[in-house]
Design a protein around this ligand. Sequence first.
Ligand code: ADP
Ligand code: MG
Length: 273
Amino acid sequence: AVADASKPKIIKAEQAPVRARAGTVTIHGVSKSYGTLKVLDHVTLTVPAGSVTVILGQSGSGKSTLLRSINHLERVDGGFIAIDGELIGYRQDGDKLFELKEKDILRRRVEVGMVFQNFNLFPHLSVLENIVEAPVTVRGTPRKEAEAEALDLLARVGLADKAQAYPRQLSGGQQQRVAIARALALKPKVLLFDEPTSALDPELVNEVLDVIKELASSGTTLIIVTHEIGFAREVADQVVFMERGKILETGRPDQIFNAPEHLRTAEFLAKVL
Ligand code: ADP
Ligand code: MG
């Protein structure tokens, strides 16, 4: 690895994230630009282990980029992100940062699962094979064991009878529940959801939200981008409102929804409520 002292910025000892319970996400002063467009602008946020954070904001405000940065699918230009005190994508040696090798990035990335708007299942693999693939190839779990776990996960998301089906044979809501089971198969400490119900027909939204609600009480740290305000009110410990790459405000759901501090938050809520 080549030392790159310019990006992201070196972490000073006084900023170093504290070691905490499993699944604490520390985002500190994170910035990212695409060319001249500043997509993340000094984003700082702590997500305690086992808590649920909902991120709100208009299209283009940087929500997906922030989620992707937590997974090191995006390289940030400044600041840092850590999980339980371990830098995402980098290791620090003295005052130098080294980006991890691809295989170490992959190994670290399994701590963070991600569920996308469009499910992203492998179309040529059965439901069971979709779930088993990563534990077997990334974690080296024996196939028999991975299959048994996959069947347990399918039962958990209410799809025990769909193990042999192919994605195209399932409804959008069922596909998304398979995607959640697949993410859980790697036993992540942190699970990221990027608008998990936005591509679903309205009548299928609740079956997916119900699965996420169940996860919310299971101890996995959840960070969820969604416009489902009723859901956010019910499950979120913390709600974050983003605009133009900045966090405009953060608070408990009752604070954000009943008494937002910023006019922009109120205007946004008036549109989505
Ligand atoms: P959100 O998820 O809140 O809609 P995004 O994080 O997807 O916002 O995007 C934030 C901004 O960054 C948008 O203006 C988007 O067009 C831009 N953007 C996202 N990805 C890229 C990319 N790979 N290259 C250039 N611009 C991008
Ligand atoms: Mg997005």
